[in-house]
Design a protein around this ligand. Structure first.
Ligand code: PEP
Length: 270
């Protein structure tokens, strides 16, 4: 049995009062929902405040990134222990906005160049393992760029990213992760991957998990789809057998639209 999930990635949005108001709207709308894991990922600065708002509800807290060292001279970084002390249960790792080359985005950058913070596959793996070791559930993102899709490389890219992300984990640890298929070209663009194609690629992800953790291992692992999930597209997406829910950016910034995503997921999959 897999737990469906709807996770809101607020990215670099919301000051403290905005974050508290948004979280309050989610708690009021879906804070007692069961059968779907409802997860909010505010920016680091709002974690503590959002933790206070969601306390006592079924909503869970996630960070958007983490560093693998426990403490020390790592200016600007945040450890697993710090996230736990804010009340986090989850952390997103390997989001496409953090993968790729290091550099400053230009206004006309194409999707393969906006991946600016330099998280390599090895860094994603190290972050995910540190999260697990410290008691956080990593939500590991994988996905191809438009250029990679057009070159016919989608399956190979996604497979390689999954295998690299899970390297060195025990089968028990792999059983505890959440994965998210996030085609880079569909993130923040309003362009959703066709539901049956997202379902197919998530099948590739499950096969990659099985290749690392043993046949059947993937059947118990929650795998989300992310990329312009909206109230109008969510039903078709979560009706697909391989898609266990969504990792959502834009539509998570309004409580009403996020709550609708949760409610539809609950209706279809809960
Ligand atoms: C995301 O932030 O992971 C995401 C998928 O964003 P959006 O829903 O805006 O495409």
């Amino acid at each position: 049995m897999r737990t469906p999930m709807m996770a809101g990635n607020w990215k670099m949005n919301c000051d403290l009062d905005e974050a508290a108001a948004l979280a309050q709207g989610v708690v009021e709308g879906v804070g007692s929902v069961e059968g779907v894991a409802v997860v909010l990922a505010p920016p680091f600065t709002a974690l503590d405040r959002v933790a206070s708002v969601i306390a006592g509800s079924n909503v869970r807290l996630s960070a958007q990134n983490v560093y693998w060292q426990a403490k020390g001279a790592y200016t600007g970084e945040i450890s697993v222990g710090m996230l736990k002390s804010c009340g986090c249960a989850y952390v997103i790792v390997g989001h496409s906005e953090r993968r790729g080359r290091f550099g400053v985005p230009e206004p006309d950058m194409t999707d393969e160049l906006i991946r600016v913070f330099g998280d390599t596959d090895a860094a994603v793996n190290t972050k995910a393992r540190a999260a697990l070791a410290g008691g956080l559930t990593p939500i590991i993102c994988v996905g191809e760029t438009l250029a990679e899709r057009e070159a016919g490389l989608t399956d190979a890219i996604v497979r390689d990213q999954v295998v690299a992300a899970l390297e060195g984990m025990t089968p028990e640890q792999i059983g505890a992760v959440v994965l998210a298929y996030e085609p880079v070209w569909a993130i923040g663009t309003g362009e959703t991957c066709e539901a049956d194609e997202a379902n197919r690629v998530i099948g590739v992800i499950r096969a990659a998990i099985d290749s690392v953790a043993g046949a059947g291992a993937a059947q118990d692992i929650t795998v989300l789809y992310g990329g312009s999930v909206k109230p109008k597209s969510v039903r078709e997406l979560v009706s697909q057998p391989e898609i266990d829910g969504g990792l959502v950016g834009g539509a998570s910034l309004e409580a009403d639209s996020f709550n609708e995503l949760v409610a539809v997921t609950r209706e279809v999959r809960g």
